[in-house]
Design a binder for this molecule. Structure first.
Ligand code: ACO
Length: 332
């Protein structure tokens, strides 16, 4: 974070989820899997799935409207919209531009960020700079995904893991000592091919991972991503805490990217903290990629698990490979 006399914090939050629920038992009828395997290996019981005529921007816009209401702001108050998504409606216009129109934020600049499951923390970091420098006053960050549209629904090793939804937050200047205390983002492109979705170019090696008729679907080496995740979660949290001179014992709640409960069990062990200090709602939604942290943050706050003055750590990891963490002194 740059040095600034300003403090930036979250002043409004909202989420939106598809109505359609797909349970593990529903999946049993679609692929060779079972509720017991999915629950014990991941912690997921069900996930939300978008309808055919529902797009990432629909959930993003609905979450954005709720965040505006929560903050007591109007669409015209927004200076910039950043959408973190790996499942944009279109290559262009960006999903941020589509949402800008849907919510009537006529004054706002708008762009998307591509950092998969780390996208929300990347977005928070970028957005924070605009306010710290005084360039903008009010920035909205939306994590929104419809992974159901890029899955191979015949591949049991991936289709059981993901879900759809969106979460939005609004950042503004907050009182001194509160808000985002530090962020830490990083990438290791050299290991990126363990989690891929081809777009305009499909190399021979990427083509060979998929069925000929499903070349643009998600492919993952789950074990490689798992090993990366357990290592990077500890690293990213420690780096962000060190940057603001805090220790792990100062943290009241960690709100991680919801990819797998076993990754969080391992993080609790490695960080030597009680498991209850790591929030989880993966059982209801699965992995919603860039949307998972803002959805989890919203729910943790709504359930009274986050109070004013609490030290909260957000941590994300995913395709790229990328990671990101943020330490927040809660200001609401
Ligand atoms: N149902 C039943 N059996 C299954 C299923 C399924 N849905 N999927 C795989 N299996 C089988 C495998 O075929 C294998 O069988 P075998 O032993 O006969 O070969 C066995 O279960 C074990 O498979 P593994 O892949 O070794 O299972 P693992 O314990 O590693 O769990 C999982 C797989 C859940 C994917 C795990 O590796 C994981 O969570 N990885 C991390 C994923 C992640 O964090 N992604 C985040 C980033 S997402 C993003 O950025 C978009």
């Amino acid at each position: 974070m740059i040095q600034s006399s300003r403090n930036v914090g979250i002043v409004g939050m909202g989420i939106s989820l598809p109505e359609k629920i797909l349970t593990n038992f529903d999946l049993e009828k679609m692929v060779d899997t079972n509720d017991e395997w999915i629950k014990t290996r991941t912690g997921i019981s069900e996930r939300r799935v978008a309808g055919e005529n529902e797009a990432t921007s629909d959930f993003g816009a609905a979450a954005a409207k709720k965040a505006l209401e929560d903050a007591g702001l109007l669409p015209e108050d927004i200076d910039l919209i950043i959408v973190a998504t790996a499942t944009p409606d279109m290559y262009f216009p960006s999903t941020a531009c589509i949402i800008q129109d849907k919510i009537g934020a006529k004054r706002a600049a708008a762009f998307d960020i591509s950092a998969a499951c780390s996208g929300f923390v990347y977005g928070l970091t970028v957005a924070g700079q605009f306010i710290l420098t005084g360039y903008y006053k009010t920035v909205m960050i939306i994590g929104a995904e419809t992974f159901s549209k890029i899955l191979d629904w015949e591949d049991r090793s991936t289709c059981v893991l993901f879900g759809d939804g969106a979460g939005a937050v609004i950042l503004r200047e907050v009182q001194s000592g509160y808000g985002i205390l530090s962020t830490n983002i990083g990438a290791k492109g050299a290991d990126g091919m363990c989690l891929t979705v081809p777009a305009c170019y499909i190399s021979e090696s990427e083509a060979s991972k998929r069925k000929p008729e499903k070349q643009n679907t998600l492919w993952m080496n789950g074990q490689d991503v798992f090993k990366f995740a357990v290592r990077i979660v500890k690293h990213a949290i420690k780096e962000a805490l060190e940057d603001c001179n805090l220790k792990i014992d100062d943290v009241d709640l960690i709100v991680p990217h919801q990819a797998n409960d076993r990754i969080m069990d391992s993080a609790a062990e490695r960080l030597k903290i009680p498991r209850e200090k790591i929030f989880s709602n993966i059982h209801k939604y699965g992995n919603t990629s860039a949307a998972s942290i803002p959805i989890a943050l919203y729910e943790a706050y709504s359930e009274g698990k986050i109070k004013k003055d609490d030290i909260i750590v957000l941590v994300g990891f995913g395709a790229g490979l990328t990671w990101g963490s943020a330490v927040i002194k809660w200001n609401r």
